[in-house]
Ligand binder design. Structure first.
Ligand SMILES: [Zn+2]
Length: 90
């Protein structure tokens, strides 16, 4: 097993590193920013989700949440069995 971490950092397993990379490569914004007459600004994610502002959130907040959720789902799926979790999966 090779360790490519830098000194002082916890080694991250290849599975978790791959999970993060997968989240990045499957969720990137595509196309240009669009603005609707009603003030909605939106972008499409490569996964098909429309990222947009809303009555109480900005487009940037939606983009950040979407990326965090994508990363969580990939990491969660790749995490070792038995690892203590904050969110219980069904
Ligand atoms: Zn996405």
């Amino acid at each position: 097993m090779s360790d490519t971490s830098t000194p002082g950092e916890e080694p991250v397993s290849a599975a978790l590193r791959d999970a993060k990379a997968r989240a990045r490569s499957t969720h990137y914004t595509v196309g240009t920013l669009r603005a609707d007459p009603d003030g909605t600004v939106w972008l499409e994610c490569s996964c098909g989700t429309v990222l947009r502002n809303g009555p109480t959130w900005t487009l940037d907040e939606h983009v950040r949440l979407h990326r965090a959720e994508a990363k969580y789902l990939e990491l969660s799926a790749a995490a070792p069995a038995g690892i203590p979790r904050m969110i219980d999966l069904p």
